[in-house]
Design a protein around this ligand. Structure first.
Ligand code: NZQ
Ligand code: ZN
Length: 399
């Protein structure tokens, strides 16, 4: 295991009914809050009315910024940050999915610094794809996730899209950790089956990415990761069939928070290569992040991991998908089939062509994935360096 230092400073309040504590928690951090939500769901489900009532009861004034889009854009962040400054907000409350929480983190930083959000992204302003400005300070943020997916509620990452250049990448820094995350599984009961499935493909990829390519022994992290993968596999279809299933929604929500926490990642010196390859797809074509990952996962296993780390695929299959083959190669192949069958059961097996992505766009997409995801190098680090042609071959296999 590599040496590491970790911090998990976000206070977690977990449980059905936890949302009733929003007012008192926000009050501990500010007097005037910018309440950030997405397009429709928070209003439609009545959650927005419940939260505004609680803020009033707690004596916290608020400004509403509604309409954060999936794959949130820097222009939206900058608009909301202007509102926060003009209204004198000293705190943020994000109520929504990963897109809302990511936008709120960036708004919290931009409202304080006054700099455009694109300044914090890798590709800007020189286009060097190298500079990443860690965010040290931001206004305090409280998160209330309404989808079990990204883990954004308790990490210091915000993924933004600069639509003008179609660059989608993360910004991060110690200042972006939410002060508190209120995890109420009942808020996810209204998530429709197709979004539940996409979200679980995302949780699964947060778990398998570093696990499959780690080059050192990390037995604690491995066992922990496998336990979480088993939870995602077990509960996703239950939540899709019975959306108000408290146990399914609770386990998915807590798993999603832990999946991208430092407890699974630390000590491995491995990152999220498939995420970098996906972000280019959603950055250009605005498809759901989890859907993009689901499309890429099986071809990535076949083209990259099966060749480089069949032992790890075999282990994941045996521990999480009921694979029984003794021989690692056979077990690895059986694992890929098991994952493909699980995705088919969840209804997330589309191809890139289904999203009106033209085939002749793939070389440009591969180039852009390296430019944004390569962080100044000519490759994305996985079980081996993935160069432009490797990424192109992967996109071709998904077409
Ligand atoms: O906008 P509204 O109307 O709220 O609808 C949303 C949206 O259409 C809907 N939704 C959310 N909660 C709901 C609900 N519908 C019914 N009932 C509810 N309770 O779900 C749709 C998708 O929402 P979104 O926030 O976009 O989904 P998700 O949570 O999957 O977030 C995806 C974003 O997070 C980024 C992704 O790249 C993408 O931009 N990620 C952030 C990460 C992080 N911060 O650490 C890591 C991830 O790997 C990921 O990259
Ligand atoms: Zn993800």
């Amino acid at each position: 295991m590599f040496s590491f230092e970790l911090s998990f400073p976000t206070r977690i309040l977990f449980g059905i009914g936890a949302v009733e504590r929003v007012g008192s928690v926000v009050k501990q951090h500010g007097k005037r809050v910018l309440l950030v939500t997405g397009g429709h769901s928070a209003k439609k489900t009545g959650l927005l009315a419940r939260i505004s009532e609680q803020l009033k009861e707690a004596g916290v004034a608020y400004e509403l910024f509604a309409g954060v889009e999936p794959n949130p854009r820097t222009s939206t962040v900058d608009r909301a940050a202007r509102l926060a400054r003009e209204a004198g907000c000293d705190c943020l409350l994000a109520v929504g999915g990963g897109s809302v929480m990511d936008a709120a983190k960036a708004i919290a930083a931009v409202a304080l610094s006054g700099r455009p959000s694109y300044d914090y992204m890798r590709g800007n302003p020189s286009g060097s794809a190298r500079q990443l400005l860690p965010i040290q300070e931001a206004l305090p943020l409280i998160t209330v996730p309404t989808v079990a997916a990204t883990g954004s509620e308790a990490n210091n990452i915000s993924v933004l899209t600069h639509w003008e250049t179609h660059e989608k990448s993360s910004i991060s820094g110690p200042g972006l950790y939410p002060k508190a995350a209120i995890l109420d599984p009942s808020l996810t009961y209204t998530v429709p089956p197709h979004i539940t499935a996409e979200a679980s493909a995302d949780i699964f990829s947060h778990l398998f990415e570093a696990y499959l390519i780690s080059s050192v022994h990390t037995p604690v992290q491995d066992d922990f990761t496998e336990a979480l993968i088993r939870q995602v596999v077990r509960w996703t279809s239950v939540a899709m069939e019975e959306p108000s299933h408290a146990e399914a929604r609770s386990n998915l929500l807590w798993t999603s928070t832990l999946a991208i926490s430092p407890f699974t990642l630390s000590g491995r010196n491995a990152g999220y290569p498939l995420h970098k390859i996906e972000h280019t797809l959603s950055g250009f074509y605005d498809i759901a992040h989890g859907r993009g990952l689901a499309i890429l996962t099986v071809p990535y296993f076949r083209q990259v991991i099966l060749e480089d780390r069949p032992d790890r695929l075999a282990r994941m299959g045996r521990q999480c998908f009921g694979v029984t083959a003794d021989n690692d190669r056979a077990a690895a192949e059986a694992t890929i089939e098991a994952v493909a069958a699980w995705f088919a059961q969840l209804g997330i097996t589309q191809r890139l062509a289904d999203f009106a992505i033209p085939r002749d766009a793939l070389p440009t997409l591969a180039q852009e994935a390296i430019r944004t995801g390569g962080q100044g190098t000519d490759h994305i680090a996985s079980s081996r360096p993935l160069y432009r042609d490797d990424v192109l071959a992967l996109y071709e296999a998904c077409f």
